[in-house]
Design a protein. Structure first.
Length: 277
């Protein structure tokens, strides 16, 4: 099913299949007798992100039913909370692994369905570009410029862990290797773009795989350098670049988009300066 055109509706069993494969791979990868290196880390990230985002893609491609989607968010949030609560009840290794799995399942569902519903406010395809640029700018500012996200990770590690999914590299149990993180916002953003792209008949098949390759490269870079980087730019470039000709903006709309970007960055730098003081 990963090879089918995402412009068609995807059934619920497909999403569950990708979710089960993702969770199974997370268990198998760390115990493989492979010494972590660039290739093994990259292939691990490629496989895990492909399955996690394939789940998101399946959710985004399904026909929209607002009531059912809202109910799914509520129930998933409860599952998410149960996973977080379970991790606090017992520190036993098996309980912790179970809690992590429950928390990640809840997070994937909440982020995917929330992004899908949010995409409904995008009424035409041309709005995808400014919406994506705005969110990418905020992500870059939060992660790499103001470093708000890394600070939250240090000062509120439990809260940060609850809002991320962990992607282990192959051979993690053989010798120390990095565990990479993908945040709630990354899944939400991908679901929002994919749902809107499906609705406006954009090319999703090729751009989906380009985004997976880009995200896996970004995660591998983080593993090598141990430096956090924003994930949204990789998702946006992968999904939107192949569809750049779909955007039929007029000259005034391009100017308005450019003005929005400049104004947003000025605002972010002003806020950063005020926060530093």
């Amino acid at each position: 099913m990963m090879w089918t055109n995402c412009n068609t509706a995807t059934d619920k069993p497909t999403a569950w299949l990708f979710l089960c494969l993702y969770l199974s791979l997370k268990v198998v990868l760390p115990i493989l007798p492979i010494a972590p290196n660039f290739l093994s880390v990259y292939l691990s990230m490629l496989a895990l992100t492909a399955l996690a985002f394939a789940f998101t893609r399946a959710v985004a491609a399904a026909p929209c039913n607002t009531r059912k989607d809202v109910l799914a968010i509520i129930l998933s949030a409860l599952v998410w909370g149960c996973g977080v609560g379970l991790s606090e009840i017992s520190k036993h290794d098996l309980i912790q692994k179970l809690a992590d799995a429950v928390q990640e399942v809840g997070l994937l569902f909440v982020a995917s369905f929330s992004g899908k519903l949010t995409s409904l406010i995008i009424h035409e395809g041309n709005l995808l570009l400014p919406a994506a640029i705005t969110m990418v700018s905020i992500d870059i500012w939060a992660v790499n410029i103001s470093r708000t996200t890394p600070q939250i990770a240090e000062r509120a590690s439990k809260l940060f862990k609850a809002a991320t999914i962990e992607l282990p590299a192959a051979g993690a149990s053989v010798m120390p290797s990095p565990t990479l993180l993908v945040g709630f916002g990354d899944i939400f953003f991908a679901a929002m773009l994919l749902a809107a792209m499906n609705r406006f008949k954009f090319d999703v098949r090729f751009s989906f795989w380009l985004a997976i390759i880009a995200v896996a490269l970004g995660l591998t870079f983080v593993a090598i350098t141990n430096a956090p980087i924003a994930g949204l730019p990789f998702i946006a470039i992968g999904l939107l670049l192949p569809n750049i000709k779909k955007f039929k903006l007029t000259r005034h709309e391009w100017l308005a988009t450019a003005s929005l970007i400049v104004a947003l960055w000025l605002l972010l730098f002003v806020l950063w300066a005020l926060l530093k003081k």
